[in-house]
Design a protein around this ligand. Structure first.
Ligand SMILES: NC(=O)c1ccc[n+]([C@@H]2O[C@H](COP(=O)([O-])OP(=O)(O)OC[C@H]3O[C@@H](n4cnc5c(N)ncnc54)[C@H](OP(=O)(O)O)[C@@H]3O)[C@@H](O)[C@H]2O)c1
Length: 426
């Protein structure tokens, strides 16, 4: 029998408990022995809960789990940095295997946690930390192990994907789409981590660390959110044959890892363009397997619990058969992240300019001097003193584009720079 200590009985914890109860017999035959929840840590023992369970299992004293020598495996579903970090470290030091859904902890302390696990000869698994119900951690560690992963594109945040879908399909503005996402429970009352791109950045950092076997510091990930996307940008993207998605991007290049999260134009015919609402997807390229796309629910109680239970099954098998998977748990390389200023992209620029002769020539002159060449120009004639103009560049080095933008700010003819969005041809 494998005895499990569950830390947290909230949204995901309750889902995990239900699956372990509902599929008890099936899981027993899959693992070869019974999986039993021995104790459950919560903050408030008297809280009313939606599931039926044995209340005698509850404790608010973590030592009942971490110092119980009979417990083989802890499942951390508290979330956040502390006390989850301390609990995981103490569990590993006490020789217990760990399963967690905590992206923040793995992104910030993955290297250290995996190192400690390897030292203690136990496993640490975190399938649910990225893209909820979509299997991607184990595929990266095992199924794609024969590959050199060259690039990963992800739609890794359901809240922002829902908002952009509503803006694209129903013409809702950002604030309205956000309110609707909150009403439906897709966005939290404080949605800043989702909207700002931070949540997706943790996830692409974890995927990149595994893919390139290098610890990625979250501070090195260039992050932009979707808060400045306006309906005009969505409409112009469509006119040019693109959709706007919050894209998490990671590319292995000879001069460093290009890793970033930002809104991007993507071609309307690309499979990622059809990933809508709260769905997530990961599109990667490996040198043997070629292009692969994984699609599914990136959050929610049962999809996330499904990933956690998959980890519990695997970790339990390893404990039961005495063969913990500790190989490949430490990042072996020390690849550097490329500074965003050195990355090449094409860009969409939406400007407001004075409607007078020679304006385009002035803009083209600034761009030309900074080695930025144009792929297309859209000028909407409105017979007004100020008119919108849209430029799409060819591939340029980011620092050259930024130099041009700095010069635009000093041009009398340029009234406003409304938006700058990178174009990813994928
Ligand atoms: N929800 C999702 O869709 C989703 C998707 C992917 C990953 N995740 C990850 O899964 C993890 C859990 O998320 P969740 O949505 O299930 O969170 P949640 O609903 O807020 O549940 C947190 C649980 O932890 C307990 N807890 C919190 N602080 C504690 C403390 N100091 N000591 C003891 N117990 C404590 C709470 O106890 P009480 O019940 O007594 O308050 C609660 O049972 C997080 O890392 C999250 O990022 C969630």
């Amino acid at each position: 029998m494998i005895k499990i200590g569950l830390l947290g009985l909230g949204t995901v914890g309750s889902g995990v408990y239900s699956i372990l109860e509902k599929h008890k017999e099936n899981l027993k035959s899959k693992v070869g022995t019974e999986l039993r929840i021995e104790k459950i840590l919560v903050k408030d023992i008297d809280k009313k809960r939606d599931i039926d369970f044995d209340k005698a299992l509850l404790t608010n004293n973590v030592e009942d789990i971490l110092e119980n020598p009979e417990i083989d495996l802890i499942v951390e579903l508290i979330g956040g940095e502390e006390p989850a970090y301390q609990y995981i470290v103490q569990a590993l030091k006490n020789g217990k295997a760990v399963v967690t859904a905590n992206k923040l902890l793995i992104a910030r302390y993955g290297q250290e946690i995996m190192g400690l696990a390897a030292e203690k000869g136990v496993s640490v698994s975190f399938e649910a930390s990225v893209a909820g119900g979509i299997p991607i951690i184990r595929p990266l560690r095992e199924s794609f192990a024969a590959n050199k992963i060259e690039r990963i594109y992800g739609i890794l945040n359901g809240t922002t994907n829902y908002i952009l879908t509503k803006m694209t399909e129903e013409g809702q503005d950002f604030q309205l789409a956000l309110k609707e996402a909150q009403k439906l429970g897709y966005a939290e009352s404080d949605p800043s981590s989702d909207i700002s791109g931070t949540d997706a950045a943790y996830k692409i950092a974890i995927l990149s660390s595994l893919a390139y076997e290098t610890a990625i510091d979250i501070k090195d990930v260039h992050i932009e959110g979707i808060e400045n996307i306006e309906i005009e940008d969505i409409e112009l993207a469509k006119e040019l044959g693109y959709l706007i998605k919050l894209l998490a991007i990671s590319k292995f290049t000879p001069d460093g890892i290009d890793i970033r999260v930002h809104p991007a134009f993507i071609p309307e015919y690309h499979p990622l363009a059809s990933v809508n609402d709260v769905y997530n997807a990961i599109y990667l390229y490996g040198d043997s397997v070629g292009d692969v796309m994984l699609y599914g629910q990136g959050a929610g109680q049962m999809p996330t619990a499904s990933a956690v239970v998959a980890d519990i099954i695997q970790a339990s098998k390893e404990i039961y058969y005495g063969s913990p998977d500790i190989n490949g748990h430490i990042y072996k390389n020390d690849h550097k992240v490329k500074d965003i200023s050195q990355v090449h992209n094409s860009f969409y620029l939406r400007l407001q300019v004075k409607d007078k002769p020679g304006v385009l020539a002035r803009i083209a002159e600034v761009l030309g001097r900074n080695q930025v060449s144009l792929a297309s120009v859209i000028q909407k004639h409105r017979y007004a003193p100020v008119v919108p103009i849209v430029l799409v560049t060819h591939q340029v080095k980011e620092e050259n584009l930024q130099k041009s933008i700095a010069e635009f700010k000093n041009l009398d003819e340029v009234i406003a720079i409304n938006n700058i969005i990178r174009v990813e041809e994928l």
